[in-house]
Design a protein around this ligand. Structure first.
Ligand code: G4P
Length: 526
């Protein structure tokens, strides 16, 4: 059946990393291998081009940070690959977390000199929460980096995941020779700047094969043999099931900028990475192969032109076939909607499509009726799980600077927070609190309120440490807590009560005083 065939062909994933580890370079190499772009540099120049023409704000240009999360689809080896790009800047981490809810697997890039960095840990936390399968690519092997075994230990320790090398570097830095493919027992020799894919691929029956000495200096051969013996002794053989369950991360070594180690990574990825399978909704588990279409919105992009304030909603298809111009049910609003120009993203182009399949991400034109987390179905009331809000880290009170423009401010702040730029909490007396992961969002909000909504605001800092979503089956206790702590209680976008704690200590006290209540750091709890 067509649906099954299309599902099996799809691999939807994100490349994630701490900024500068090589995410953009690796994305570009994947696109080059896939033939989706012809020249190196296209992804970067695309970034600049995009911000200059269609997307986002002056701020992005001014600060040179890629704020956008975009989608790049291409065909490779009969597969349809969808790469969801994520902003590397930490202030936009929430955007990245949400994108991770829409992928079936992840490739994590690590800089071999720096090892596990701050953002890496946080991103992995989100992957662990969702049991997302992770492949690790250790990049920049052309540099004098850390010892590979030491890196593997650090990965296991800091990322709390079992690892298993599938390729192994032969030396590194200036004397980097290449990688040995432990999965296929082949050797790929390194030539800096090499752009061909198979140029230096040598088949070797096993690491003891004398053929090895023909290609690699003897001292490196000995070291490689010792290393492989150690790997085989210490690490369990690679088990695909463990990887699929998010318990084991295969590790690859290479150098993205030199196009090295990418083929091993990409081809193994295509073999082992999962295609869309199922997704949990509050009501039931939804299988990708079900005929009725269903999916959810995980991101909204605004057009910043104040004269055309339309938005693009990024919609992930979970089951069935999506068709252009067909009526679907918007489950939150309980109304029928249809889309005449849904778009696919192919490398750096957008094009209108007639249909799309599970795993695909399409752009839907939105005039304000779609919110993050909204579901479209063929009638069934489904609410997909796994699109939570995470507790912000910075909280500020919103103050209106122009009382004549209260309406504009209210509308603007509602729409911007619906896009997921920041979280809005409303306290008793209608005090609005904005919560973000980074300071940068406040500049973005201020700028956009002024330029798009003609509203002016100030932010005054608040001393809250974190937001905790509060639940409890003991309703009396819950009510008492909400009443007593009303100064630190606010409602989130779904009108769920949130406790704004000033410190971990305050939370500890609340937990002790109200033992039957639960305090959650995300808006979704099972
Ligand atoms: P990011 O998206 O994760 O932030 O990283 P990006 O790909 O932009 O790479 C960050 C820097 O690391 C870039 O250098 C890039 O060229 C370099 N890089 C990527 N892969 C490798 C590699 O395998 N080896 C080495 N030695 N460097 C690598 P830049 O100077 O910031 O930019 P550029 O002017 O070179 O493009």
């Amino acid at each position: 059946m067509e649906l099954h065939k299309e599902i099996a062909r799809r691999k939807t994933f994100a490349i994630i990393s701490h900024p500068d580890a090589g995410k953009t370079t690796l994305t570009e190499k994947f696109l080059l291998f896939g033939g989706a772009i012809q020249t190196a540099g296209a992804v970067k120049s695309n970034k600049i081009h995009k911000s200059a023409t269609s997307d986002f704000m002056e701020i992005e240009k001014q600060r040179g940070i890629s704020v956008a999360t975009s989608v790049m689809g291409f065909e490779y080896g009969g597969k349809r690959i969808n790469i969801l790009d994520t902003p590397g800047h930490k202030d936009f981490a929430e955007d990245t977390y949400r994108t991770l809810t829409a992928v079936d697997s992840v490739v994590l890039v690590i800089d071999c000199v720096k090892g596990v960095e701050e953002q890496t840990g946080r991103l992995m936390e989100v992957c662990r929460m969702r049991h997302t399968p992770v492949i690790i690519f250790i990049n920049k092997m052309d540099r004098e980096g850390r010892d590979p075994f030491e890196l593997l230990d650090e990965l296991e320790h800091k990322l709390e995941i079992q690892v298993r090398p599938l390729t192994w570097p032969i030396s590194q830095g200036q004397s980097f020779q290449g990688v040995y493919n432990l999965y296929e027992n082949s050797l790929n020799l390194f030539r800096p700047g090499s752009s061909k894919i198979n140029e230096n691929l040598i088949s070797i029956s096993n690491p003891l094969d004398p053929e090895l000495e023909k290609w690699v200096p003897e001292s490196h051969c000995c070291k490689l043999r010792d290393d492989i013996a150690l790997i085989e002794g210490v690490y369990e053989p690679f088990e695909r099931e463990l990887y699929r369950d998010g318990l084991l991360a295969p590790v690859f070594f290479g150098s993205a900028v030199n196009n090295f180690g990418i083929r091993e990574l990409l081809e193994t990825f295509l073999t082992i990475a999962p295609s869309p399978e199922k997704r949990e909704a509050e009501e039931r588990m939804v299988l990708a192969e079900e005929t009725p279409m269903s999916g959810f919105v995980f991101k909204i992009h605004a057009n910043l032109d104040p004269n055309h304030r339309d938005r693009t909603a990024f919609f992930k298809i979970c089951s069935g076939r999506f068709e252009r111009n067909r009526f679907y049910t918007h489950t939150r609003l309980q109304k029928k909607v249809r889309f005449s120009s849904p778009t696919h993203f192919m490398a750096n182009e957008k094009s209108i499509i007639d249909d799309a399949w599970p795993g695909d991400v399409i752009g839907l034109y939105d005039n304000g009726s779609l919110k993050i987390g909204d579901t479209l179905t063929e009638g069934e009331a489904l609410h997909f799980r796994g699109i939570p809000s995470f507790s912000p880290e910075i909280f500020k009170a919103l103050e209106n600077r122009d009382p004549m423009k209260q309406k504009q401010l209210d509308k603007g702040i509602r729409q911007l927070t619906e896009e997921g730029l920041a979280q809005l909490f409303i306290q008793f007396g209608n005090r609005k609190i904005i919560g973000t992961v980074g300071e940068l969002q406040f500049d973005v909000i201020k700028f956009r309120l002024e330029h798009e909504y003609n509203a002016q605001c100030d932010f005054s800092p608040l001393r809250y440490h974190k937001a905790f979503w509060v639940t409890g089956t003991n309703e009396e206790m819950l009510e008492e807590f909400l009443r007593r702590k009303s100064g630190a209680i606010a409602l989130d976008r779904d009108e769920q009560p949130v406790f704004l704690a000033e410190s971990e200590w305050m939370l500890k006290v609340a937990r002790e005083d109200y033992p039957e209540l639960q305090f959650h750091t995300t808006s979704e709890f099972s």
